[in-house]
Each structure stands twice: as C-alpha cells, then as structure tokens.
Design a protein around this ligand. Structure first.
Ligand code: HEM
Length: 496
C-alpha cells in the first residue's frame, strides 16, 4: 500500500513539475503588455499549427491583432514577439540591425554543419558573411552561367521528350532534379544529371539533408534543452552521415584540384571558398577555416536547392493556369532573346518574367517567416524588445494582406510593375528577407530561375492537364501543393 502511495505521489509530483516547467514562461508576454492567443500548457500556441497549418495560422493571428504593432506567440515554452508594423520590420532588419544581428536557431548544429552562415552569430557571422559576399557578386555569378545553361538544356530536353510522349508532368519533382543539379555544379563542379539518374549518391544524400530525424526534431522543438543530452549520446537531429558525406566530397575535391592545379579554373563556389581558405586556427580577417568551408558547402544545399525548386515549380504552374500571363512572358522572351538560348545579359532584361516570379513567390514564399534574436535591450517606435527575445516577421501574412495586395489570392504579376510597386510599403514583399542578413543567394536564384524559364517558354507552353488541381491547396507544414503541381507541355507554334 505504502509503495503504491509513494509511486502515485511521485507520478503526481513529476506531472506537476512538468506542467510548471512547460508553462513557466507563459506569463512573460502578458507582463510586457503584449497580447497573444490563448496558450495550451504543452504546445503554447503551436497547437494552432496542427489545426490551421503554418500558412493559414499566420494569417489568422495577423488578422486577429489588426490594430496592433506587435503581438505575441509561444512556441511551446518559448515566447516570441511577432511584428505586424512594416516600419518596425524595417528598423529591425536595417536601422537597428546590430540589436538583431542573430537568427534564432532551434538547436546548435554539430560539425560539419556547425559553422554555416544561416546559424552563425554575432562577429563570427559578420566575418564569414564578409568573406562570402564577393562569392555571390554579379561578376562571379556570371562566370557560373555555363553550369546553369548546361542544366537548363538538360531540363528542356526532358520536357520536350515528355511533350512528345504526351505525358503529364509533376512540376515540383522535375524542378527539384534541376535545382539539385545546378547546386551540384555551381557549388562543387559536379555533373550529376538527377533527371536521368535520380538515385545518384549526391542527390540521395542531399534529400536526406533536408529531412531531419522527425522524432528528435519534434522533441527539440518543444524541449530545446535536450539537444546537449542527445549529442552526448551521439544522437543527431540532422542526418550526420549525409553531412559527413558532403564534408568528405569537399575535402576530396580540394585535394584533387590542388594536385592537378585546377584550383581557380572550375568557376564554382568551391573554387572561391578555396581561395579564402586558411590554416585551422589561423583565421584572420577575411579567411575561412576548413570547418567553415564544410558548413557553407552544406548550407548551400540546405538553403539553395528546395527553395529554388519551389519557386520554379509554382511560377510555371501559375503560368499554366493563366495563359494570358504565359503569352505575355513568351512574347517578352521572343522579343529579347529571339531564337538564341537566353544568355546572362538577355536574362537581365526579362522584366515581365521577373514580375511573374515575384508574384509566384508572394503567393508561396519558401521562407514563410523570418526570425531574429534580440541581442540587447532595444526600443523601436514605442515597442520594447528585451535581450534574448525571439522576433518573428510574418512574411506570408504580409504577402496576403488585402491592404497591401488587394485580392491577395489572385495571381497578378502587374502588382510588380514599377508603378504599382511604388504604391506599397517597400517591406511588404519579403521573399528573400531584408538588410545585411538577407538571402546571400538571391542573385544566383533569380538568374537560375529566369534562365531556365526563358529557355522553356521559348519552345514550350505549360497548360493544365487532367490531373491539375487549381486553386492550389497548400500542404499544412511546408510550401508544397497537397495534390502536386500537374501540367502538360505543348509545343509552341511551329513558326517559332
Ligand atoms: C528562390 C530561392 C531562395 C529563396 C526564396 C531564399 C530565401 C531566403 C530567406 C527568406 C532567407 C532569410 C533572410 C533573412 O533572414 O532576412 C535566406 C537566407 C539565406 N539564403 Fe536563401 N533563398 C533562396 C535561394 C538561395 C540560394 C540559391 C542560396 C545559396 C546557394 C541561398 C543561401 C542562403 C544563405 C546562406 C542564407 C543565410 C544568410 C545569412 O544569414 O547571412 N539561398 N534565404
């Protein structure tokens, strides 16, 4: 009997301690005078993500606090301030950048991912970003055009073949193969052709990199403290073997290039990273250690493959659903490029295509929100941001706010013509973030997108097929269409 009482008492005490632990921070925002949705003891406000999905949930709360500059949010135990006012967003990203230099990360990654730009903090981030910035300059990217052109031709050949056989095409799948091949060649000088050989080692490992262990990931989402515990037992949230595979690829390629005197001749990111490499422990000024090189190589895959595939597939899909926009884009490509394969300079002049991409990325931004961590107490326009507070910028909610984008559900590239652009707040459209910590790969992504789309639209027209589902139903947790993005391709007028 006594044992039963003792066991029962211990269970109750543990349960009480657990609930107290989970709710310990739930009063923080209220004390600061910041309104927030009602919390559940275990998930904070995250239970709403299961109810609405991450896209819709953002809009629900953004609309609920329409008259507020900021509102609150609890990611399980962690409080965050969500910024609704675009002038404050601007100050956070630019004017007060030094107070918001860091991004909030769920966990501290282990090597070889550890030293990557997305996760780095403070002065360490500043040094690595300064070193990498020239790598993404127009001049450098122009030199990589041969890789993008080669892969665009491969994709076009495949689509032409599918057009001839009359097969329906799932755009997301085929776009992912293309963007992976581009990352392999612009990043590592590797020609992998995932369309032909989807099981190649690089593609298989890259796909794993994008899929962290779901169980450990969920645990870390709710109990970030357990990361240290996991790492002590050799458990990793990210697929460690795949990370190590890419670190090894980097090391082997460096060795071969040094041995064969090829460094500086391949015109890929690795070439540029090699230029910046220094001996471990000797890092000064604008150099990278080998561990930092590994981190950047992996983050290019993490940040630069699925994002571009998302935008490419949705833009082509919207063009298929809006033939008037597709014809206009094709007319522009014909006028600017003629029958020549689109080159770097011509691609820069495709302004209507640029508007179509901007509109697609408005409707489905791969970066659904931005976040920053406040590193020192800061007041902006009457709002106090305490040190260590997580700050969330609700990108998708801005992109679909009818006051900023009337009839937000409608695909209308004209929103981005120069005249209409000036009527909106400059920070209403944030697909690549803003300020010194914005997307470093933006130029590369846009070049890749415009070149491959121009090449496709020159020859083919995407149109709906029997499997097409439109309007799109977005997946609850990521920027994907629940029913896929199905189209077929038609050959353009035989005269062209
Ligand atoms: C259409 C494609 C892409 C989209 C929509 C996108 C979006 C974003 C967004 C929203 C951020 C966060 C910005 C912020 O916090 O202000 C970001 C950061 C970043 N992106 Fe991209 N990205 C794309 C392509 C790429 C590519 C191709 C690469 C590299 C090859 C890349 C590398 C990075 C890196 C390294 C960061 C972290 C920058 C830092 O913290 O200094 N991205 N991206």
């Amino acid at each position: 009997m006594l044992t039963l009482v003792l066991v029962g008492g211990t269970v109750v005490l543990c349960a009480v301690a657990f609930v107290r632990y989970m709710t310990a921070n739930h009063g923080v925002l209220r004390k600061m005078g910041i309104e927030h949705p009602a919390t559940s003891w275990f998930l904070g406000n995250f239970d709403q993500a299961f109810k609405y999905g991450v896209f819709e949930m953002q809009r629900v709360f953004y609309n609920k606090y329409k008259d507020k500059k900021v509102y609150g949010w609890y990611d399980a135990r962690r409080p965050a301030i969500v910024v609704r006012d675009l002038d404050i967003v601007k100050d956070i990203c630019v004017k007060n950048f030094n107070s918001f230099i860091d991004r909030h990360t769920l966990f501290d990654a282990e090597p070889p991912l550890r030293d990557n730009l997305l996760n780095l903090r403070g002065e360490h981030w500043r040094r690595v970003r300064n070193t990498l910035s020239p790598t993404f300059s127009s001049g450098r990217i122009k030199k990589m055009i041969c890789h993008i052109e080669r892969n665009s031709r491969i994709l076009l050949d495949n689509l032409q073949h599918l057009q001839e056989t009359g097969e329906d095409v799932e755009l997301r799948e085929i776009s992912s193969c293309f963007t992976l091949d581009v990352i392999a060649s612009t990043g590592f000088g590797l020609e992998i052709n995932t369309l032909k050989d989807p099981k190649n080692k690089f593609a298989v490992e890259a796909k794993k990199v994008l899929n962290p262990n779901p169980l450990l990931f969920t645990l870390v989402l709710f109990f970030p403290e357990v990361t240290t515990f996991f790492s002590k037992f050799g458990l990793s949230i990210m697929p460690q073997k795949s990370m190590e595979y890419f670190a090894k690829v980097v090391d082997q390629l460096i060795e071969v290039r040094k041995k064969e005197g090829l460094d500086g001749t391949v015109n890929d990111f690795l070439d540029l990273l090699m230029n910046a490499e220094t001996e471990e422990g000797q890092s000064s000024g604008k150099d990278l250690t080998r561990s930092e090189m590994h981190g950047q190589a992996i983050v290019f895959i993490l940040a630069g493959y699925d994002t571009v595939a998302t935008v490419l597939s949705f833009t082509l899909f919207f063009l298929a659903m809006h033939p008037e926009c597709c014809q206009k884009a094709q007319a522009e490509v014909d006028a600017k490029c003629g029958k020549e394969f689109p080159d770097y300079d011509k691609v820069q002049t495709l302004t209507y295509l640029d508007m179509c991409i901007n509109e697609a990325i408005r409707l489905v931004p791969p970066g659904i929100f931005l976040n920053r961590k406040c590193v020192q107490d800061t007041d902006i326009q009457g709002v106090h941001f305490p040190k260590d507070m997580i700050v969330v910028i609700p990108v998708y909610a801005f992109h679909t706010d009818p006051d900023l984008f009337p009839e937000p559900e409608k695909f209308d590239p004209e929103r981005f013509n120069p005249e209409n652009k000036t009527t909106r707040h400059q920070y209403a459209h944030l697909p690549f973030g803003q300020g010194p910590r914005n997307c470093i790969g933006m130029r590369l992504a846009l070049l890749e997108l415009k070149m491959v789309m121009a090449a496709i639209l020159q020859k083919l027209t995407p149109v709906p097929c029997s499997k097409t589902v439109y309007p799109i139903k977005l997946s609850k947790m990521q920027a994907k269409a629940q029913d896929g993005l199905w189209v077929k391709f038609q050959l353009r007028d035989a005269k062209t």
